[in-house]
Design a protein around this ligand. Structure first.
Ligand code: BDR
Ligand code: CA
Length: 342
């Protein structure tokens, strides 16, 4: 039976691949996509999601707009990381479909209430929408089957400031509301948290795109190279492969400028895979809190692994995984799905 999912995003290049992965996975049923501002403003996030859905022949999935700003912090976006529209060099056809009349918080609450204990929540952007929904429906942690979050950096440097990860840094107050709301619950209610410690192990390289294109039956073979002219466009025959390659190339070019090599950290696809297959990661319980006051560390996720605060764990943090097994799974899924598109 397919697992019903609410997918909350700030699409985003890696959010895009996470969406393609979920659409490619027969064991996932996306009930709705809720959009928050993060990588790019929320309205652009919604357009990106609608465009990917139409490209993939799934135009009927609801796309709802959420908060366009964090609850306290001024909005920051990162077009330099994800491209002017959030999808790198890709230029998707403008979507014909529209944004849902429902607000993202309504979507979270109404769906969770309608199917108690069944729905997986997956958040790969700032936690604004979920925090707002929790203020209205504090029972959400008990109504969801599972929550998976991409966010935070635990025993690992940040990617936004020295100690902060992007999704938490954009809206630290919302992140704190969410982690507080999941405190004091039974172990099987704890959110599974994918921080940079593991997601930076998920290095997509040009050869992964070649393998995916082969599974899709796409030609010609394109091995992206750091020596290619900046912004070289894909000529792949398969539309999904072509647009994905254009998006991911931008992300790889960004990583080069940050001395990380010609590769792309696929944070969000990993979190999506954990949402469907938690066994892909090894987790450890911890109590997570978010620094809101530090002049240098605001937005840092602090994990108490040893119970030093005297508080029960409120999260299961993914501490290790097998990146090669993840990529085999991702390439098989997305490549096989792409083959069905012309
Ligand atoms: C997270 O920040 C965003 O830029 C990515 O989409 C990912 O969700 C990684 O820190
Ligand atoms: Ca994201």
């Amino acid at each position: 039976m397919a697992q019903p999912i609410i997918f909350d995003v700030d699409t985003g290049i890696d959010d895009s691949l996470a969406l393609l992965y979920l659409l490619s996975s027969p064991e996932a049923e996306i009930l709705a996509i809720t959009c928050t501002s993060g990588n790019v403003p929320a309205r652009q996030v919604a357009i990106n999601n609608l465009a990917w859905l139409e490209l993939c022949g799934k135009p009927d999935i609801e796309v709802a707009l959420g908060s366009e700003v964090p609850i306290v912090a001024p909005l920051m976006t990162t077009e330099e990381t994800h491209g002017p529209q959030g999808i790198g060099h890709a230029e998707l056809d403008p979507p014909r479909g529209g944004i849902s009349p429902r607000h993202a918080t309504e979507v979270w609450i109404e769906l969770a209430r309608s199917r108690p204990g069944q729905i997986i929540g997956l958040v790969t952007g700032p936690l604004t929408n979920l925090a707002l929904a929790l203020r209205i429906e504090p029972e959400l942690p008990r109504l969801l089957k599972r929550l998976v979050i991409m966010g935070g950096a635990f025993d690992h440097p940040g990617n936004t400031l020295p100690t902060t990860e992007w999704n938490i840094a954009v809206d630290p107050e919302s992140a704190k509301i969410v982690f507080d709301a999941f405190s004091g619950l039974p172990a099987d209610r704890r959110p599974i948290v994918c921080g940079l410690d593991v997601t930076e192990l998920i290095e997509m390289k040009p050869e992964h795109l070649v393998r995916l294109a082969r599974v899709a039956g796409s030609t010609p073979e394109e091995l992206l190279s750091p020596d290619d002219a900046y912004g070289t466009r894909s000529t792949a025959s398969n539309p999904l492969v072509r647009h994905l390659t254009d998006a991911v190339r931008f992300y790889m070019e960004f990583h080069v400028t940050h001395d990380q090599g010609f590769l792309a950290h696929m944070h969000d696809p990993f979190a999506a895979a954990i949402a469907l297959h938690p066994e892909l990661g090894v987790t450890r319980p911890a109590t997570i809190d978010v620094e809101l006051a530090g002049t240098l560390t605001r937005g840092q996720t602090v994990a108490d692994w040893r119970g030093l605060w005297g508080r029960e764990p409120n999260a299961e943090i993914v501490v290790s995984t097998d990146p090669a097994a993840f990529f085999d799974h991702l390439i098989d899924r997305v490549g096989t799905f792409a083959r069905t598109l012309t």
